[in-house]
Design a protein around this ligand. Structure first.
Ligand code: ADP
Length: 203
């Protein structure tokens, strides 16, 4: 099935755009969801993480202390690489299963993979087209800070670890400009959805 990748930095508006694509019957698979699933209790990845970082990385109920792990890997590139080598192939398998599993219940003739790390990882191999949600970095920081409990400083660190705005846009086939209102973003999604329907029809 024709699959579009939806990406953008933290707080760019990926979830907002994804909700609108879902409204049109598109099967949007969220890579962040897949990333959470692969480290759930009982999954082999969580065991490997606890062995590597120690049991302090687990909460009292045995689930992963994500805030602690995030802090550890953002302050330590070598640990980040270790974690990514463990989890990225598992996340990829989970995504592939979700992209193919629910074909019957979604009406749109194309699927979508929503991921903040689409371009940075081999997830880009799963899509035929890249749609970037774009906005000025200061606006991105302001929206992400308003949404999350993370400090502006932490969000800045995440932004530095992600691709720059220019690098991301250079890889885009399509760009959704989210510097305006939510209504403006949704109108752009409605428009590009029609284009994706056309592409899917001609494949
Ligand atoms: P992402 O999924 O890329 O991290 P979100 O879709 O969660 O980003 O958007 C980040 C925050 O900004 C959310 O609180 C969202 O409601 C808000 N937001 C998104 N688009 C707009 C917009 N056009 N105008 C105002 N707020 C927006």
């Amino acid at each position: 099935m024709f699959t579009v990748g939806l990406t953008g930095g933290i707080g760019s508006g990926k979830s907002a755009a994804a909700a609108r694509f879902r409204h049109h019957g598109v099967n949007v698979v969220d890579a962040d969801w897949a990333a959470r699933v692969v480290v759930e209790p009982g999954r082999p990845a969580l065991l490997a993480i606890a062995e590597h970082f120690g049991d302090d990385i687990l909460l009292a109920d045995g689930s992963l202390d994500r805030a602690r792990l995030r802090k550890l890997v953002f302050d330590n590139p070598a640990e980040r690489v270790w974690l990514e080598q463990l989890t990225h192939p598992l996340i990829r398998d989970e995504i592939i299963a979700s992209l193919t599993a629910s074909k019957e219940i979604h009406t749109a003739p194309y699927a979508m993979l929503e991921s903040p790390l689409l371009i940075e990882t081999s997830q880009s191999e799963l899509v035929q087209r890249i749609c970037v949600v774009d906005l000025p970095e200061e606006m991105q920081l302001a929206r992400a800070s308003a949404r999350d409990a993370n400090s502006a400083e932490q969000i800045r660190k995440i932004m530095v670890a992600q691709l720059s705005r220019a690098e991301r846009c250079a890889k885009a086939d399509d760009i959704l400009d989210n510097s305006g209102s939510l209504a403006s973003l949704e109108a752009q999604v409605d428009n590009i959805h029609q284009q994706y329907l056309e592409i899917a029809r001609h494949l």
